[in-house]
Ligand binder design. Structure first.
Ligand code: SF4
Ligand code: SF4
Ligand code: FES
Length: 527
C-alpha cells in the first residue's frame, strides 16, 4: 500500500484519499471544523493547515514586525495547505505540528473566536465543543480584541427540531452539506460575507426534512441545538453504551447516552458503521430513545378489562403456567415478534417446541421509508425472528384470528406489542386465554388475561438481523425496573412452572445459539 509520512509516522492511504482522511483512518486527528468523513470537502475553516516539508517549497510574502525597532520588514513564510483538500501522494513528508503550523492553528482559532460570544456555561455543546477543545490545545491565551463583537440572531427556530444561534456559528457549512447531500433537501444556505455571514433558511421553508437532527449532530460548536436535548443534561454527567436503533429494518448503530444517576437514556447519536448507516441516523430513530421511559409496562397484571389488577411476578407466572398447561394439546399459538431480539424470539421458539404449539409472527405495520436509510419495514428484526423459527415466513395475526375462529387454536402466548392487530383478530383473541409478554402498553397487552413485563432492547444484551442480513448486536444500556425481566428469564420461569424442559434457558446460551445460527446463514456486520 502507498504511504506518506505525517510527523515522522508512515501513513498508508487508498487512492482518492486526502491527507486528512488517510490520517483519520489511522486514528490521527488533524484539527478541523469543516471536514466530515461523510460529506464533501468544503475546505473553508483552515483549521487543518499542514506543511508539506518535502519537495519544492512555495513561499508566501509577509510583513514581520522587528521587536527592537518596531518597524515592519518584508519576509516570506512557507505556504501551508489544508489537509482536508490535499490529495495523499506517495513519499510526501508532512508536518502537522511544526512552528509554522502551530502558529497557523492558533491564528485560525483566535480568528474564529473574535466575535464568538463564549457563552459556554449556558451552551449545550459545552464539554464536546471543538472550539473549547482546540482553544485548550492550540490557543490558550486571552482574547486580544477589545471592541464589541459583531452581534447576530440568537435562539432562531429553524424548524420543529432545531434552534440556531448565529453568534456561535463558525460557518463551516456542514449543516448545509448534510441537508443537501444526505437529506437531498437544500433548505439551508449561507448569506452575506465576512463577519456578517450567517446560515439561513430558504425563503418560505423550515428545516423539516427527516434528517434534521444530523445537522445538529455534525455542528462542531453549539450553533445548532436540538430542541429535544436543549438544556436537558450536561454531557459530562452522561455515560454511553453501544446500542442499535430498533426503529426500522436498517438497524442503525447508535451510541445511547444515559444518565447513570437516573437510569434514563437522554439521547441517541449515530455510531459509525460503514456498511449499514455510515455516520447517520434519521430523526425518528434519534428520538426513539423515548421508548425507554414512555408507556412502559412495569408490573405484571391479571384479569381483563375492569377485572385487571396488579400482581407480583410470582403470582402472574404461576397463573400463566397453569393457563399453558390447560390449553388442549396442539392448540397453543406462540406469537413471535419482529420487533424483539433474535434471542427473545429463540426463547419463545424453545417454549413452542416444548409445548408443541404453532408459531405466528406479530409485526409493526409499514411506515414511509426513503432511499437514504429508512426502510418501509418498521421492524428491526423480522429476519432474526424468522431465522429463530427456522422458517422463511410465518402466519400473521389475521391468520391467528382465523385459526381461533376455526377452533384450531385455543390459547395464545404472545411476545411484543403486535401493532398490526386488526379488529377481527382482536375480537377472536378475546375468546381465548391470552398471555402477553410485553414491554409497552399496547392493544395486545390490553386484551390479555395475564401480562408479564419484559425488558426492551436498551435493558438487555442481544441482537437483531437487519434487512441485509447484518447482525446488529447491542449491549445493556440501563437496567430495567425491578419487576421487569429479560424475556429469556420469564420464559424459563414459565417453563419451570409448566413442568417442561427447555433447550435454551438463559440469555447466555440464547446469545450463543443466535450467533451460531446467524453465522451459518447471514453475514457478520462490524458494528
Ligand atoms: S451552524 Fe454549525 S454546522 Fe452550520 S455552519 Fe455554523 S458551525 Fe457549521
Ligand atoms: S433509518 Fe431506521 S434504524 Fe436508522 S435511525 Fe432511522 S429508524 Fe432507526
Ligand atoms: S477542515 Fe480543512 S479547511 Fe476546514
Amino acid at each position: 500500500m502507498s504511504t506518506f509520512k505525517l510527523d515522522g509516522r508512515e501513513i498508508p492511504f487508498e487512492p482518492g484519499d486526502s491527507v486528512m482522511r488517510a490520517a483519520w483512518r489511522q486514528g490521527i486527528e488533524i484539527p478541523h471544523y469543516c471536514w466530515h468523513p461523510g460529506l464533501s470537502v468544503a475546505a473553508n475553516c483552515r483549521m487543518c493547515l499542514v506543511h508539506i516539508t518535502s519537495g519544492r517549497q512555495l513561499e508566501m510574502p509577509q510583513l514581520v514586525k522587528d521587536p527592537e525597532t518596531g518597524e515592519y520588514k518584508q519576509a516570506t513564510k512557507p505556504k501551508l495547505v489544508p489537509a482536508c483538500q490535499t490529495p495523499a501522494a506517495e513519499g510526501l513528508e508532512i508536518s502537522s505540528n511544526n512552528e509554522e503550523v502551530t502558529r497557523a492553528q492558533s491564528s485560525v482559532q483566535e480568528f474564529l473566536l473574535l466575535n464568538h460570544p463564549v457563552d459556554c456555561p449556558i451552551c449545550d455543546q459545552a464539554g464536546e465543543c471543538k472550539l473549547q477543545d482546540y482553544y485548550e490545545e492550540h490557543l490558550h491565551q486571552l482574547k486580544r480584541k477589545r471592541t464589541e463583537p459583531v452581534h447576530k440572531p440568537k435562539g432562531v427556530r429553524f424548524g420543529p427540531t432545531i434552534v440556531f444561534d448565529a453568534e456561535r456559528c463558525v460557518l463551516c457549512t456542514r449543516c448545509i452539506r448534510v441537508s443537501e447531500e444526505l437529506a437531498k433537501d437544500p433548505v439551508l444556505s449561507k448569506r452575506e460575507r465576512g463577519n456578517k455571514s450567517e446560515i439561513v433558511l430558504s425563503p418560505g421553508r423550515e428545516l423539516d426534512h427527516r434528517y434534521t437532527l444530523m445537522t445538529e449532530h455534525v455542528c462542531p460548536v453549539g450553533a445548532l441545538t436540538s430542541r429535544d436535548f436543549r438544556f436537558k443534561a450536561r454531557v459530562w454527567f452522561l455515560r454511553s453504551a453501544d446500542s442499535v436503533c430498533d426503529g426500522c429494518a436498517r438497524g442503525c448503530a447508535s451510541h445511547a447516552d444515559f444518565d447513570p444517576r437516573k437510569g434514563l437514556i437522554e439521547r441517541l447519536r449515530p455510531r459509525d458503521d460503514e456498511r449499514v448507516n455510515q455516520y447517520w441516523m434519521c430523526d425518528d430513530g434519534m428520538l426513539s430513545y423515548r421508548a425507554q421511559r414512555e408507556d412502559r409496562i412495569e408490573s405484571a397484571t391479571i384479569g381483563r378489562g375492569p377485572e385487571r389488577r396488579f400482581v407480583s411476578n410470582t403470582n402472574a407466572l404461576a397463573e400463566a403456567a397453569a393457563m399453558l398447561r390447560g390449553v388442549e394439546s396442539g392448540k397453543l399459538a406462540v406469537v413471535l415478534s419482529a420487533a424483539h431480539s433474535t434471542e427473545d424470539n429463540l426463547a419463545m421458539v424453545a417454549l413452542n417446541k416444548a409445548l408443541g404449539g404453532k408459531l405466528f409472527l406479530a409485526a409493526r405495520p409499514d411506515w414511509e421509508g426513503d432511499d437514504i436509510l429508512r426502510r418501509d419495514d418498521q421492524n428491526p428484526n423480522r429476519k432474526g425472528a424468522l431465522l429463530a423459527a427456522g422458517a422463511s415466513e410465518l402466519p400473521d395475526l389475521s391468520a391467528l384470528g382465523e385459526a381461533i375462529r376455526e377452533g384450531s387454536i385455543a390459547g395464545v402466548i404472545a411476545l411484543g406489542a403486535a401493532a398490526d392487530l386488526d379488529i377481527a383478530a382482536s375480537d377472536a383473541l378475546k375468546s381465548v386465554p391470552l398471555i402477553s409478554l410485553n414491554t409497552h402498553i399496547s392493544e395486545l397487552a390490553a386484551l390479555a388475561d395475564i401480562v408479564l413485563p419484559v425488558a426492551m432492547h436498551f435493558e438487555t444484551e442481544g441482537s437483531f438481523v437487519n434487512f441485509e442480513g447484518f447482525i446488529r448486536e447491542f449491549e445493556v444500556v440501563v437496567p430495567p425496573q425491578p419487576a421487569v425481566r429479560p424475556t429469556a428469564e420469564v420464559v424459563a420461569s414459565l417453563a419451570t412452572g409448566a413442568g417442561i424442559a427447555l433447550e435454551h434457558r438463559d440469555q447466555r446460551s440464547l446469545r450463543a445459539r443466535a450467533r451460531e445460527m446467524i453465522s451459518e446463514s447471514v453475514t457478520e456486520a462490524g458494528a
